[in-house]
Design a protein around this ligand. Structure first.
Ligand code: HSE
Length: 434
């Protein structure tokens, strides 16, 4: 028998993650109480539709229609916010809970990316904290790793595949030659995608997660506005085929790195060598790689989306609070977090894959090569695909792989090439990470 006073939870949101969290609390309640030394009780719940059948007991929990009223009034020590969204009811409920001195456990990366610094200060002012293991990379315990386990490191770089929907889509497009639209639909049906899938496929979800990792990795304030963001909706089957021929896979990566010019934060489709660790990560699986000066490189791989995987992370935060582990939201007191010294994307250095639809006439490819050379870009390879079945086709794809250069040089060369009138349409640019 455990006689310690229970940790009382008010749960806001009973969607995929909320329902999975309650189910696991119901089935593993005793084991958790033994492990943490304290029973854990759900004393209040709030969700949009009270009548919906979720297969949950929810015994003596008090039902609230309004999550903010619950956050302010419920007999609870912790608000578990699983509503989602940067503003609206999620933000109102989190603020109400913090003002009442209750801790918050949340999976809401959009909220923390937009309002993290202000919410962390509000938590501190009220003797509370915000825990958000479930907000980044689903079931992978990367928040704890950065906030606690890597304390003995100066982090150089954190990068990873942090959107299960995108990785699932790219994996299936590559393996089965399916369209982007068909793969997105399948991801939505499997419950991986955000309510608005634009957040997933246009890279914003990865950017939200990266913003949180950057703050923890570099001891900075969350600065999501500084992130360069490009999604995967423009990646074509031809790019995947070319990547395969050239020895790469295309992954949507989030990367935060210390550079000579400051901290670079970027999210974009990336050519990753097939032999790289991140290239092995397929489907909804996520992976986060951290380079620290003491530990070297560390890669954590696991399920990045889905109810149970995310609930696993929510339960880890709940267990910490039950044990009495209360750390500042971003690992340090808010006034110790420094502002991000932003490294602009145009100074990014690396290799590039450029696919141009080049007019099928003498000198067109030579013009392209000349413009690259004029901008100091050294080419590793040029691949020209033939006219195929359509001998009358006015243009043919030309693929350039560059050695390390800068974003500024690539953009300048492409501007000149467009001006020369030797290509059709918009060039495809995909950065390479070796
Ligand atoms: N939509 C997200 C993903 C869920 O696909 O990874 C987890 O944040």
């Amino acid at each position: 028998m455990n006689h310690a006073s229970p940790l009382r939870l008010a749960i806001a949101g009973l969607g995929t993650v909320g329902a999975a969290t309650v189910k696991i609390l119901e089935s593993k309640g005793n084991a958790l109480a033994v492990a943490t030394g304290r029973p854990i009780a759900v004393t209040a719940v709030s969700a949009r539709d009270k009548a919906r059948e979720r297969g949950l007991t929810l015994g003596g929990a008090h039902w609230f229609d309004d999550p903010t009223a619950m956050a302010a009034e419920a007999e609870a020590d912790v608000l578990v916010e699983l509503i989602g969204g940067a503003d609206g009811p999620a933000k109102a409920a989190v603020e109400a809970a913090l003002r009442a001195g209750r801790h918050v456990v949340t999976a809401n990366k959009a909220l923390l990316a937009a309002h993290g610094p202000a919410l962390a200060r509000l938590a501190e002012a009220n003797g509370a904290t915000i825990l958000f293991e479930a907000a980044v990379a689903g079931g992978i315990p990367v928040i704890k790793a950065l906030r606690e386990s890597l304390a003995g490191n100066t982090v150089q770089r954190v990068s990873g595949i942090m959107n299960g929907t995108c990785n699932y889509i790219l994996s299936r497009m590559e393996a089965e030659g399916l369209t982007f639209a068909a793969c997105l639909k399948a991801a939505q049906e499997l419950g991986y995608a955000e309510a608005d899938p634009t957040f997933d496929v246009e890279g914003f979800d990865t950017a939200h997660k990266l913003a949180l990792l950057t703050a923890l990795a570099f001891g900075t304030e969350v600065d999501a506005d500084a992130i360069y963001v490009e999604g995967i909706s423009g990646v074509t089957p031809l790019d995947l085929k070319m990547a395969d021929e050239l020895g790469f896979r295309i992954k949507l990566l989030g990367v935060a790195e210390r550079t000579a010019g400051g901290i670079e934060q970027r999210v974009h489709p990336t050519m990753v060598p097939k032999t790289a660790q991140l290239a092995q990560v397929m489907g909804v699986t996520n992976a986060v790689s951290v380079i620290g000066d003491t530990v070297g490189e560390l890669t954590l791989v696991g399920p990045g989306a889905g109810g149970e995987a995310t609930a696993s992370a929510v339960l880890s935060d709940i267990a910490d609070l039950a044990r009495g582990t209360v750390l500042p939201t971003f690992g340090k007191a808010s006034d110790l977090l420094i502002k991000v010294n932003r490294a602009p994307m145009k100074r990014h250095e690396g290799g590039y894959y450029v696919r141009l639809q080049t007019l099928d006439k003498p000198g067109a490819a030579a013009t392209v090569a000349t413009r690259m050379a004029e901008n100091g870009i050294s080419l590793e390879s040029i691949l020209q695909k033939g006219r195929g079945q359509r001998a009358e086709a006015p243009s043919v794809p030309v693929i350039l792989i560059t050695y390390a250069t800068t974003e500024r040089a690539v953009r300048a060369a492409l501007k000149a090439i467009a001006h020369d009138g030797v290509i059709e349409g918009t060039p495809q640019v995909i950065r390479i990470e070796r």
